[in-house]
Design a protein around this ligand. Sequence first.
Ligand code: ZN
Length: 198
Amino acid sequence: MEYYSADINRLVDELAALPGIGKKSAERMAFHIINLPADRVKRLSESITAAKEKARYCAECCTLTDAEYCPICANPKRDHKMIMVVENPRDLAAYEKTGKYGGVYHVLHGAISPMNGIGPSDLKLKELLERLKGDVDEVIIATNSSLEGEATAMYISKLIKPAGIKVTRIASGVPVGGDLEYIDEVTLLRAFEGRTEI
Ligand code: ZN
């Protein structure tokens, strides 16, 4: 049964296809958007298009940014010899919000998951190994404590160990299966400070 016009249905369907948005929320958002002044709607749609068009991977850490180097990699005050490996840019943001980490990052864009057909070559691992040819003191593996995150951590540590670089894993203050992005800053900092060599 179609209640709305084809255009409204299309908007609802597009919104409902976003993560965490159910059909009801999508309808609420769609009607909210339709009731906004035209210039607000234009700004919203332009911000989506611009973010998508300008998005690119940082040439150093592979996070999403709009320049060759992200603001963290471009900052000479950061410790470029300390690399924290995270699964996605949201995990990077979670650690940045603590304001206590002075090193740089490497964003894998996923975790190894044989069940979902995601293998090492689907992650930004080649780029990580390339960086390790430079001057690096420590690689901190901060992948999630899910099955996939742990498998990825093991894989990376085996990969890096022969290079003689110190490899550490964040402590298990992070709940099992927990996504880094949802964990409070105190827990994140404790996990970072309690990291152990693997
Ligand atoms: Zn970067």
